[in-house]
Design a protein around this ligand. Structure first.
Ligand SMILES: Cc1cc2nc3c(=O)[nH]c(=O)nc-3n(C[C@H](O)[C@H](O)[C@H](O)COP(=O)(O)OP(=O)(O)OC[C@H]3O[C@@H](n4cnc5c(N)ncnc54)[C@H](O)[C@@H]3O)c2cc1C
Length: 385
């Protein structure tokens, strides 16, 4: 059975990069609400973010299991993969569905770090999780599409050269299934930001560069459409299992970090004349949190194993995301409680990691939608929305 003791060489390789970014680095970028540029560059230069790019395009073509270990190690070392996970998987849509020309133009440059494609604009302010209702439209005019609309929570856009954009190309009233008629496009942000794309950053609970964007008569050449017109949602959904598993791994990394910190502090902190870890009221919640992180990690390995074998893994990918997000959040709470007042002090990093890991109950998919996926697709209960 796979355990967190495996992939040691890979783990060591990632650790040798992430260990250069200490607690002070993360506190400084957090306080400045700055993008962790040096950290993303170091991971890119070391090749870790091109793990999922095929070798013929300059990547290392690792398995998803291995990619998940990379994400886990980043978060386990106290870092935040949120700044860089886009670079690892947004391009997956191009790998799976892009034309040869698109792959040749983009993938080698993404692998080398010359181009950043970390941004994906799906969510809209008025429709949220109800993706098929999105309002952004792309109307074909000769050899271009003209796009108008609005997106929200478009992350890492200001640190990307390219963005994936999901827009409706056939009106909802004219499609048989509401999931049809959406298309996915490559947008060259360098040409458009400040002209046809207006960006409004959203200050949020975590140090996460994310934005509201307004799209006004953006012209996209037809050759920048990915795959066939109308199948965009399918292409985006195809990538989601990989995304769920990688996010689960980030949560697992967080979970281990919180458990390690809580354990160490409980052993060191003396109150009423003895280490607080001697109290079962302190020790048991940490043990429970650890058990849940380990269990979530096994589900992650199972989901990744199925994915790597090319087998259906939707149920396992979703379940691993839910278990891991719950486990990391529980571990975060326990860690904060174990530290008492000191948990609130920024210099301990706990309040930052606590905020960061909370996001995964909501994004990239909220817990309720995973539960409804399992209720409907695994257990065969009626669709609830
Ligand atoms: C920091 C951050 C970064 C993000 N980055 C990106 C990004 O890069 N690209 C992108 O496209 N999106 C991004 N998102 C958006 C994210 O994917 C959405 O926030 C998420 O999918 C939930 O959608 P929503 O916020 O519109 O919530 P809503 O859909 O409005 O839902 C609100 C609440 O109601 C619940 N709910 C809704 N319908 C049901 C139902 N039928 N049954 C039970 N409960 C229900 C939801 O679970 C949720 O808890 C990001 C979000 C955040 C906060």
């Amino acid at each position: 059975m796979t355990s967190h003791h495996d992939y040691n060489e890979l783990r060591e390789g990632v650790r040798s990069v992430v260990s250069q970014f200490d607690s002070r680095y993360w506190q400084e970028v957090d306080e400045a609400r700055a993008f962790p540029e040096k950290f993303v560059n170091a991971l890119t230069d070391a090749g870790w973010l091109s793990a999922l790019i095929p070798e013929e395009y300059g990547g290392s073509n690792l398995s998803l299991t291995e990619a998940s270990v990379i994400m886990e190690e980043i978060n386990r070392a106290g870092g935040n993969s949120g700044a860089c996970h886009g670079q690892m998987y947004v391009m997956g849509c191009v790998v799976r569905h892009g034309s040869k020309a698109q792959k040749e133009a983009l993938l080698p440059k993404i692998a080398s770090g010359e181009l950043r494609m970390q941004s994906m604009a799906v969510t809209e302010p008025t429709t949220g999780s109800d993706t098929t209702q999105l309002k952004t439209v792309a109307v074909r005019q000769g050899d271009h599409y003209v796009v108008n609309g609005q997106k929200v929570w478009t992350s890492r856009l200001q640190h990307s050269d390219y963005m994936l954009l999901l827009a409706r190309t056939t009106p909802l009233a004219e499609v048989k299934k509401k999931s049809e008629g959406l298309s996915v496009f490559l947008v060259d942000l360098r040409e458009e930001v400040g002209k046809t794309i207006t960006v409004k950053p959203i200050r949020n609970m975590v140090n996460h560069e994310t934005n509201e964007i307004f799209i006004d008569n953006l012209r996209i050449p037809v050759e920048n459409r990915i795959g066939e017109e109308g199948l965009g949602l399918k292409y985006i959904l195809d990538g989601l299992n990989a995304e769920r598993i990688l996010i689960a791994a980030e949560c697992i990394g967080d979970g281990y970090w919180f458990v390690d910190r809580a354990t160490q502090y409980a052993k060191d902190r003396v109150v009423f004349g003895r280490a607080i870890a001697m109290n079962q009221g302190i020790q048991f919640p940490i043990a429970k949190a650890h058990i849940n992180v380990e269990a979530a990690s096994l589900m992650r390995y199972e989901a990744a194993r199925l994915f790597d074998a090319g087998l259906p893994c939707g149920a396992q990918a979703n379940m691993s995301k839910l278990l891991a997000a719950d486990a990391s959040w529980e571990a975060a709470n326990v860690c904060l409680q174990t530290h008492g007042g000191f948990g609130f002090a920024a210099e301990y990093d706990i309040e930052r990691k606590f905020r960061e890991t909370r996001l995964y109950q909501v994004a990239p998919i909220s817990t309720n939608l995973i539960l409804s996926y399992v209720g409907e697709h695994v257990l065969g209960m009626p669709k609830s929305y």
